[in-house]
Ligand binder design. Structure first.
Ligand code: URA
Ligand code: CA
Length: 434
């Protein structure tokens, strides 16, 4: 086989076979196909698209390029959740104990990563004593006992994707549905889940700006997952504003605690119920999505969800008193009001900009080695559809510095205010089933 022939074949619009895709990915991972040939292939794929079979084969070849996590020691159907990325996305912190409370095993591997705020691991580390560097065997035992544990990223998952993603980044080929879908799914499948629930975001703050693109991406990932033998579903959710109110690590932990007690923001609660019911259904703990949802509402109302969160924190060495006394979490020295600059209705809160504001306060990591300030962030006081008058408080900056003019301006700029009344977009645009 020669790579040059495969490039020409794809350029001319033909589908590549399983063997051809496996050859290409294997040779590329082992540096036996040069970047310039893979670049040409990525561009051909960008223009010619891939069939569902090709997408499945590409994903499986990327999975096979590295380690695959073995969760077979854990009882039951392991369901993982993935979000295509949101600002202040606290859903994992809520969903994990929520579905574990109805006996769905949650074996979560999570990253720190770069971003406006930390990853799930950073948020959990705002809880005094919480350990994420646990032994694999201990991890399995914890999930079997409590139905929930979270561990830091380990292993060399889908190195072919890592290499290809870096190449796509510099060759104008990131924004391709088959390439994005196979990239995300390869990492999820390598992480060992039996079933996968996807939260595909759409709107100004999302990777996919419009609903058509988001639906195509969701359908592509659902097609790959099911084709690869992992039952997969997706929710398409709105990102024309941050989810919930809190953006920042400890602030989001507080918001997660409130939500697990049934006292959280309505949008965050609704999204967790939508994603959670798919997880419960795929784990075969309910016969229908509706029944799954009822079970989740029940464990929020009867306190089992928040009890599960306590058990989980304590089992990993964390101070579970924060559940009843959230003030024991890291707290910033100053709370500074951000005021509306205009009078009118809020039409949009550009999530990315709020994320940047939080990260300017120290909530996020600029480089791999930078330190996060777990206490700081932005708490929104007004959301899309609300009426405000100039000078009203729209958000509060939780800061450890007093000179935060740039942060305040950034937050004000992210609020779009107009004279006409605004009807907020629905939170859930669509649900894609198997
Ligand atoms: N996220 C990924 O992991 N891969 C992509 O290709 C795009 C976003
Ligand atoms: Ca939030």
């Amino acid at each position: 086989m020669r790579m040059v022939d495969l490039i020409a074949k794809k350029r001319d619009g033909f589908a590549l076979s399983k063997e051809e895709i496996e050859y290409m990915i294997d040779q590329y991972t082992n540096d036996l196909i040069p970047d310039y040939q893979m670049s040409a292939m990525a561009m051909a794929l960008y223009f010619q698209d891939m069939t569902t079979d090709e997408r499945i084969h590409l994903t499986q070849a990327m999975v096979a390029s590295g380690d695959e996590i073995d969760l077979s020691e854990i009882d039951g159907i392991k369901v993982d959740k993935h979000s295509t990325g949101g600002v202040g996305d606290t859903t994992t912190l809520i969903l994990a104990p929520l579905v574990a409370a109805v006996d769905v095993p949650v074996a979560k591997m999570s990253g720190r990563g770069l971003g406006h705020t930390g990853g799930t691991i950073d948020k959990l580390e705002s809880i005094d004593g919480f350990q994420v560097e646990i032994d694999g065997k201990v991890f399995n035992e914890l999930v079997n006992k409590n139905k929930i544990a979270v561990i830091g990223q380990s292993g060399n998952l889908a190195p072919a994707d890592k290499k290809l993603y870096a190449l796509r980044d510099v060759t104008g080929t990131v924004n391709s549905i088959p390439l994005i879908a196979s990239s995300i799914m390869s990492k999820k499948i390598a992480s060992g889940a039996d079933a996968i629930v996807l939260d595909v975001k759409t709107g100004s703050g999302a990777f996919m700006k419009d609903l058509t693109g988001a639906r195509k991406l969701a359908e592509a990932m659902v097609g790959i997952g099911n084709g690869a033998g992992r039952r997969t579903m997706a929710v398409i959710s709105d990102m024309s504003q941050p989810l919930g109110y809190a953006v920042g690590n400890a602030l989001e932990v507080k918001e997660a605690i409130a939500t697990l007690k049934g006292e959280g923001p309505s949008d965050l609660t609704e999204l967790c119920l939508a994603l959670g019911s798919q997880m419960v259904y795929l784990a075969k703990k309910a016969d229908t999505i509706e029944q799954a949802r009822e079970k989740l509402v029940e464990v929020i109302e009867n306190g089992q969800a928040i009890e599960k969160f306590k058990t989980f924190i304590a089992a990993q060495g964390g101070d579970a008193s924060i559940v009843d006394q959230p003030a024991n979490l890291p707290t910033a020295s100053y709370q500074i009001d951000v005021k509306a600059k205009e009078t009118g209705y809020i039409s949009e809160i550009v999530a990315d900009e709020i994320g940047v504001a939080a990260s300017m306060l120290g909530a996020g990591r600029m480089t791999k080695d930078s330190e996060i300030d777990l206490a700081v962030g932005i708490v929104l006081k007004k959301k899309v559809g609300d009426y405000v008058e100039a000078g009203d408080t729209i958000a509060i900056a939780h800061s450890n510095q007093t000179e935060i003019k740039a942060v305040i301006e950034k937050t004000q700029m992210s609020y779009q205010i107009q004279k006409e009344e605004v009807t907020p977009d629905p939170l859930i645009h669509d649900v894609i089933t198997e």
